[in-house]
Design a binder for this molecule. Structure first.
Ligand code: VG1
Ligand code: CO
Length: 581
């Protein structure tokens, strides 16, 4: 079928600035005339001449409005000289699967995709009144770096036209197959393929599926995976049930829904209610037997939460434990780790492991894009964020299902000597063992969602001012008899990328204490409305007699101090946070 290229006039929007991970707004905002068109055209303009003849991937977590956006992007891509658009069946691909496809999938003539539009607002809710998002990933499979997103943003502010194919009708993305067209730049194809095949192949090359299958077949082992109605469900079905023969009853909410069943597809103790209940961590005691292992992923399947029987593993501990056990338990790492990395607010549990294993540790700002250069340079194998993000250099995104397979591998490894029917080493045993070897980093995060934007700015300005009055702060600690150590430093985190030398400033306000404790404040860059303030609180404990204390109890003095110091309630009018992790 032939099409022609037409250029349509458009007027710019002022608010198309990509945040921590792409452009995220309410669906109602994305539905404004030319809103999607402008952003997509601006991305092609920012990439410049090199878009001609490229293959790009377009898909996402299946949230409401994805199908409309896919059809628009196909037509704009065709008119901009893209050669092929690769789409997961039904427009579904998890964020990690997109990254894997860019890096590994090869077309019939040996060509690879060089970029992707990922349609997701990740852990934010979906539906007509909720959130949508578009994120551009580049040829290494990772999110576009700030240099590119800044360029896209500046183009969106002055854009006057976009190009669109005239003569391409909506493409049927519900069936696998190729749709061929001819345009002014030559042939243009839309290729629809199975959404799971590339990712499943990659996972099989990383993990020992035989060992995991053996663990899952043990009658004394049970598992519960909750996809929260996000896209991870299709991968869970393929990998856990079809490849690893897990009992299908181990999976819950594994059919993707456009509105995620009305919930937040956010794998934490507040939003993953059903799983939290099943694992015995809710207010009610479950009537069914509690599984040994529980896990959840977010809407686009790049986040994960790991639970044991009545036990929560903090994401900061999770990455440290994976790093400490990777070489023995996961074939991909058998020759050793190249280095490890964490985002700044993530606890230092990983630092202690890095020191013991004599590995280099990198501390980067919040956002997975900052790990990309380190991995491309072969300096980092495993990395993580406190926000339920864990992953490795197998791709350039965090990876929820990978994290679950990593934990299953560690469980399989620790239980390899336990006879069938014997008492299993549990998730809790593994974590407690880790704490007794490395010490424990008590950790909590308070999120204040949808705070007035002006109030949030004033709060941050107040915190910046406090950095120059540490002696006053320490007198206050003394006078109020707060049970916390002396503050020795207050600063704003700044990062210089060791590979490309780029500098990222204002990445969070830190107060560092004499005993290694930390308080971090930063505004979120992923919200779609108002401002979200995050407060991160951490304290290290190496005394074995104090390691078992309840986390919120251990951290109470620091929390009290953080709220007093920041005057958070006075600034925001919030007496308590929206979510505590
Ligand atoms: C949050 C997390 C950050 C994560 C980002 C994207 O960003 O804190 O660690 O990388 O979300 O995750 P912010 O700026 O709101 O704190 V996802 O799963 O939403 O792509
Ligand atoms: Co996500």
């Amino acid at each position: 079928m032939a099409f022609i290229r037409t250029s349509k006039r458009s007027t710019p929007y002022e608010d198309q600035k990509p945040g921590t991970s792409g452009l995220r707004k309410k669906v109602t905002v994305f539905k404004q005339p030319c809103y999607v068109e402008n952003f997509v055209q601006a991305t092609f303009d920012a990439l410049g001449e090199k878009v001609k003849g490229l293959i790009i991937v377009v898909s996402g977590d299946g949230r409401y409005f994805s199908k409309d956006a896919i059809q628009i992007i196909i037509k704009i891509a065709a008119a901009n000289g893209i050669k092929e658009v690769w789409i997961g069946q039904n427009g579904l691909l998890s964020t990690p699967a997109v990254s894997a496809i860019i890096r590994n999938r090869v077309g019939p003539h040996g060509e690879k995709a060089r970029g992707a539009f990922i349609l997701t607002a990740s852990h934010n809710p979906g539906g007509p009144q909720e959130d949508f998002g578009i994120k551009y990933n580049t040829e290494n499979g990772g999110p576009a770096l700030e240099s590119l997103t800044e360029k896209i943003f500046s183009i969106t502010k002055t854009i006057t036209k976009y190009h669109i194919a005239d003569g391409i009708n909506d493409v049927d993305i519900s069936k696998c197959g190729t749709h061929s067209f001819t345009g002014p730049d030559g042939p243009f194809n839309v290729v629809v393929f199975d959404a799971t095949e590339d990712y499943v192949k990659l996972m099989k090359s990383i993990f020992d599926f035989g060992a995991i299958k053996n663990l899952l077949s043990r009658p004394e082992f049970s598992f519960c995976f909750d996809a929260l109605h996000g896209v991870s469900g299709i991968y869970a079905q393929k990998i856990f049930v079809e490849e690893l023969s897990a009992n299908p009853h181990f999976l819950v909410n594994c059919v993707p829904k456009e509105d995620f069943g009305g919930g937040h597809p956010d794998p934490n103790l507040t939003y993953a209610k059903e799983l939290v209940h099943r694992m015995g961590l809710g207010k009610m005691v479950p009537t069914e037997k509690i599984p040994e292992f529980g896990a959840a992923a977010d809407g686009d399947a790049d986040r994960n939460m790991i639970l044991g029987n009545r036990f929560f593993v903090t994401p900061s501990d999770s990455v440290a434990i994976i790093a400490a056990n990777a070489v023995g338990a996961i074939p991909y790492f058998k020759t050793g780790l190249k280095g490890v990395a964490r985002s700044m607010p993530t606890s230092a549990a990983l630092d202690v492991v890095a020191k013991a294993l004599k590995l280099k540790l990198f501390e980067v700002p919040t956002g997975w894009k900052f790990f990309g250069n380190l991995m491309d340079a072969g300096m980092c194998s495993i990395c993580g964020e406190e926000s339920f993000g864990t992953g490795s250099d197998h791709i350039r995104e965090k990876d929820g299902i990978w994290a679950v397979l990593a934990w299953l591998s560690i469980l399989a490894h620790k239980n390899r000597g336990v006879p069938r029917g014997g008492k299993l080493v549990t998730v809790q045993d593994i974590v407690r063992q880790h704490w007794s070897t490395f010490g424990r980093h008590f950790y909590t995060r308070y999120d204040y969602e949808n705070v007035d934007a002006g109030a949030a700015r004033n709060l941050m300005a107040h915190l910046v001012n406090l950095q120059s009055s540490l002696s006053d702060i320490n007198s206050m600690i003394k006078e109020a008899k707060l049970n916390v150590a002396r503050v020795i430093r207050g600063d704003e985190f700044e990062y210089k990328d060791p590979i490309d030398g780029s500098v990222s400033k204002h990445q969070g306000i830190r107060f560092l204490f004499e005993d290694g404790s930390r308080l971090v404040f930063r505004p979120s860059g992923t919200g779609s409305e108002g401002a979200t303030i995050r407060l991160y609180i951490e304290q290290y404990q190496s005394d074995p007699s104090k390691i078992g204390v309840e986390s919120q109890v251990a951290l109470a003095p620091l929390v009290e101090f953080a709220l007093k110091l920041s005057k958070l309630e006075a600034f925001t009018g919030r007496a308590s946070p929206t979510v505590i992790t």
